[in-house]
Design a protein around this ligand. Structure first.
Ligand code: HEM
Length: 512
């Protein structure tokens, strides 16, 4: 009997041979990738030659100049130096052309370029492919399906719910300032706007604001984490690859934060499904009342009116839960800060609201169109502090701007609403809070003021948001006098929405 045995030396020899081949292959792949990135960089440098920008490092781009807290101030300097647009290198071959001219905005927003996949894809583990991230035909179908949820007949019924949420927050403030008149408002306002969207879009009955340590507070904390981590990921060359990123401590934190956010939205969907168990229930609902956002999704899902899967539905709920509360929280917080730092305008708004509402016991839909000065102040605050400072697109075909400069297909552009709103060529003395810019009859470029973006991908919730802003500002000014805290001036930082690095601290005095 003969037994064939591989000798240990031959075995080790073949392993080391395999390792050598594998290392050689890896090296070749690495060199090919490096060559590809090099060629891409050369192509981009050529494509962008008509658009000057400050010198950048070949690997770290302009990251040195854009230190985290000073990002917006740095951008401001570029706006003053480079007209209309300027390329910003993030790293190696990753560049985005920042646009801040109204004519440029108009040309881009009239097109249907997809969202910039390079950065928006990092949002997908959290909000999935809902309306914000979708493109093409599927986006169009979802937008068409969800638009009725924002019809004015439906928004009308929300004003009372918005006012209830604001009053709960103001009651809390009253209690808190009996001990200390200083208050960090952003966090309270985030919880209030989450409460509002839960009641309006998802028909949640009870107020989440009174619940200390509630799931909603964990949700807000998770959103805060996920937004910071998103920003550090976009800027970090080593975090671009999914496999590498999910193994890093930041990746693990991001995963955990997404799980918490999903637990919250899953709970909302589960509760509603439990209420509407079968189609007869749904038909009954359809007969009795206007459908809210979640009803529309459930109907489409249950009646197979669309190809909406459970995953699509969750993505829309995650998208609206976030889009519907964080942006408005930013808008309301910065508006109150702007009024706190400009007492003369604050007082004028208060007088207008007092003469309209008296004690404010009830605020209705019709009131909201009768506060012109307050509306001017809100718009001026949205100009100075746009809640969504920037959005991104990837050019699907070449583009030529009105001054004759052009960009080829494939280039990424950032429409910086912050830079547009702070562009001195568009808004003289841009840092001055001057509500008269929005006085009736004052004429400005159609694309000079874009807090809600423009074109077909504009904000679906803009009317909802403006109503909520008016309700919150009006009721707050009736109850409190606001002053800024000079020792804790907020530092605006772009974290998907315009946030403040150190919160927004105000001094509140209860009015009689
Ligand atoms: C002050 C408050 C708000 C501001 C400043 C704001 C701003 C914006 C901006 C600039 C965009 C364009 C994003 C892009 O192109 O990437 C957008 C899109 C969107 N917003 Fe808002 N938003 C606000 C409130 C809301 C509310 C209350 C909701 C929902 C209830 C909402 C839901 C959405 C959705 C779903 C999209 C994606 C629309 C699409 O692509 O078809 N937003 N918003």
């Amino acid at each position: 009997m003969s037994v064939s045995v591989l000798s240990p030396t031959r075995f080790l020899g073949s392993i080391s041979g395999l390792l050598q081949v594998a290392s050689l292959l890896a090296l070749v792949l690495l060199l090919l990738k490096a060559a590809q990135l090099y060629l891409l960089r050369q192509w981009l440098l050529k494509a962008l030659r008509e658009f000057p920008s400050p010198p950048s490092h070949w690997l770290f781009g302009h990251n040195q100049e854009f230190q985290t807290d000073q990002e917006l101030q740095q951008l401001q300097k570029w706006v003053e130096k480079f007209p209309c647009a300027c390329p910003r290198w993030l790293w190696g071959s990753r560049v985005t052309v920042i646009i801040y001219d109204p004519d440029y905005m108009k040309v881009v927003l009239a097109r249907t370029d997809p969202k910039d996949h390079g950065s928006y894809r990092f949002l997908s583990p959290w909000i999935g492919y809902g309306l914000l991230l979708l493109n093409g035909q599927t986006w169009f179908q979802h937008r068409k399906m969800l638009t009725p949820a924002f019809h004015s007949d439906i928004l009308k019924t929300y004003v009372g719910l918005m006012a209830d949420s604001v009053q709960v927050m103001l009651d809390k403030w009253e209690e808190l300032i009996s001990q200390d008149s200083h208050l960090e408002i952003f966090e309270h306002i985030s919880l209030m706007t989450l409460d509002t969207i839960m009641k309006c879009a998802f028909s949640q009955q009870s107020s989440i604001q009174m619940d200390r340590k509630s799931q909603s507070q964990s949700y807000i904390q998770a959103i805060r984490d996920v937004k910071s981590l998103f920003y550090s990921r976009v800027r970090n060359f080593f975090y671009q690859n999914d496999i590498i990123y999910w193994l890093t401590p930041d990746g693990l934190r991001s995963k955990r934060a997404c799980q918490i956010a999903h637990q919250h939205t899953d709970q909302v969907i589960k509760l509603r499904k439990a209420h509407l168990q079968d189609e007869e229930d749904l038909e009954e609902v359809r007969r009795k009342r206007k459908l809210d956002f979640l009803d529309i999704l459930l109907f489409a899902r249950m009646k197979n009116e669309s190809s909406l899967t459970d995953k699509d539905m969750r993505a829309e709920v995650d998208t609206f839960m976030f889009g519907g509360h964080d942006t408005t929280a930013s808008g309301i917080s910065w508006t109150l800060y702007a009024l706190a730092t400009h007492p003369e305008h604050q007082q004028r708004c208060r007088k207008e609201i007092q003469s309209l509402l008296g004690d404010g016991a009830s605020i209705t839909w019709d009131h909201l169109d009768q506060m012109p000065y307050t509306t001017m102040c809100i718009k001026e605050a949205l100009r100075l502090y746009p809640p969504v400072p920037t959005v991104g697109r990837e050019l699907s075909k070449p583009i030529t701007f009105p001054d004759g400069r052009s960009l080829p297909r494939g280039v990424h552009v950032s429409l910086s609403f912050y830079a547009l709103h702070h562009n001195p060529k568009v808004w003289p003395n841009p840092e001055v809070f001057d509500p008269s810019r929005f006085a009736p009859g004052s004429d400005s470029h159609s694309h000079a003021f874009l807090p809600f973006s423009g074109g077909s991908r504009n904000c679906i919730g803009k009317h909802f948001a403006m109503k909520e802003l008016k309700v919150a500002v009006a009721l707050t000014l009736l109850r409190f006098e606001l002053a800024a805290d000079p020792l804790q001036a907020p530092i605006p930082v772009p974290k998907i929405v315009l946030d403040s690095k150190n919160g927004i601290h105000l001094k509140l005095r209860k009015l009689l």
